[in-house]
Design a protein around this ligand. Structure first.
Ligand code: KG4
Ligand code: ZN
Length: 341
């Protein structure tokens, strides 16, 4: 095949991800994670993550090359997450990508982590129609994106004004005594709970807020409401119905996310919504998005759960798109930018 072979490196948080794609075809997706080293802190410790990336980088690149049955020489371009993310963690990936690019004489593409979360969908569902509406929900971000062109224009319509959706899952899980990261255990507990048991607040959905913050999110009030509710039960010496709390909290998050995504798509006359980011792995978010989009006549695309959380394949997928679009490679001097817009 003469489609470009692209190796992608992702180190913005606690996953060392190396993916290899040819065109839109995924050939390898090797991920090493330091999640266990952060668990007892209840969140990712930047210094620990950086050190883990440094140890995992070379073996993970080798594993991806082996899995794909290719060598570094075969690769046409190297893509790497340049930001946003943890500064020290990003530095390890960017430095490694530069070293591989320089040693093997390959062009390098510094890419945006959020665009990569959207681009990964091309590996399963093909080219993205323009424009599309991206709902990006992860541990660090909750954004509504107007995706006109992944190689160029991606406009942020709105974002969280406080906690990210994944952050809310992680914090609520912690107060319910569940392990970090909290998304998966809440997802599981919610299956045995009653989502209508407790009515938790839907941030920024009041009429007044919908004028000023139509495409923005707020999850910090929800987290506080859950904490108050749980504390009140504990003070009264009652057992906390953990599954009901998990399901009711999750319902509030997914209700707001899908409601605002559908509204944004309708406002802009867009007929495709793409879900991406770790929280897009959530069972309820996926089913609610399908239900509500179907009702609104909107197509919904969502990668399989394993490609929603951080990985190298998403970076390779975006890199492959840039190569195919004849975008100029980055300078070897590209910085890691923790606050990349
Ligand atoms: O995209 P990601 O892997 O890393 C960031 O870029 O932040 O997202 C991680 C976040 C965590 O907050 C985690 O709790 C959440 O995604 N998450 C989930 C699920 N799986 C991961 N949240 C809800 N339900 C899930 N099944
Ligand atoms: Zn991410």
């Amino acid at each position: 095949s003469n489609e470009p072979l692209v190796l992608g490196i992702e180190t913005s948080c606690d996953e060392t991800g190396v993916g290899i794609v040819r065109g839109h075809t995924l050939l390898a997706d090797a991920v090493a994670t330091s999640v266990d080293q952060h668990a007892r802190f209840g969140g990712v410790v930047p210094e620990v993550a950086s050190r883990a990336h440094l140890e995992a980088m070379v073996p993970t690149v080798q594993r991806a090359l082996d899995d794909a049955g290719v060598t570094l020489d075969d690769v046409d371009a190297i893509a790497v997450t340049a930001g946003p993310g943890l500064a020290g963690a990003l530095l390890v990936g960017v430095a490694a990508a530069k070293a591989y690019a320089l040693a093997a004489g390959k062009p390098i593409y510094g890419v945006n982590h959020l665009s990569a979360h959207i681009a990964v969908d091309t590996l399963e569902n093909g080219p993205i129609p323009a424009p599309a509406l991206g709902l990006l929900v992860s541990g660090g971000h909750s954004s509504l994106l107007l995706v006109e062109d992944l190689a160029g224009r991606v406009v942020q319509l709105g974002a969280t004004i406080d906690d990210a959706a994944g952050e809310a899952y992680d914090k609520v899980a912690r107060l319910l005594g569940m392990p970090f990261p909290g998304g998966p255990p809440i997802d599981r507990a919610a299956r045995d709970g009653d989502a209508g048991a407790i009515t938790f607040p839907r941030g920024l959905t009041a009429h007044r807020d919908m004028e000023k913050h139509r495409y923005d999110f707020s999850f910090s009030g929800l987290k506080t409401a859950v904490a108050r509710w749980v504390e009140a039960r504990q003070r009264a010496g009652e057992t906390v119905p953990v599954n009901d709390v998990a399901a009711s909290f999750q319902e509030a998050v997914c209700d707001v996310l899908t409601r605002k995504a559908v509204a944004a798509a309708k406002d802009h006359g867009i007929d495709t919504i793409l879900l991406g980011g770790g929280v897009a792995a959530n069972t309820r978010l996926r089913s609610m998005a399908v239900e509500r989009c179907e009702k609104a006549g909107i197509r919904v695309r969502v990668p399989r759960p394993g490609l929603c959380t951080d990985n190298g394949a998403m970076v390779a997928a975006l890199g492959s798109h840039l190569v195919a679009a004849n975008v100029e490679p980055s300078d070897l001097g590209i910085p890691a930018d923790s606050a990349l817009p």
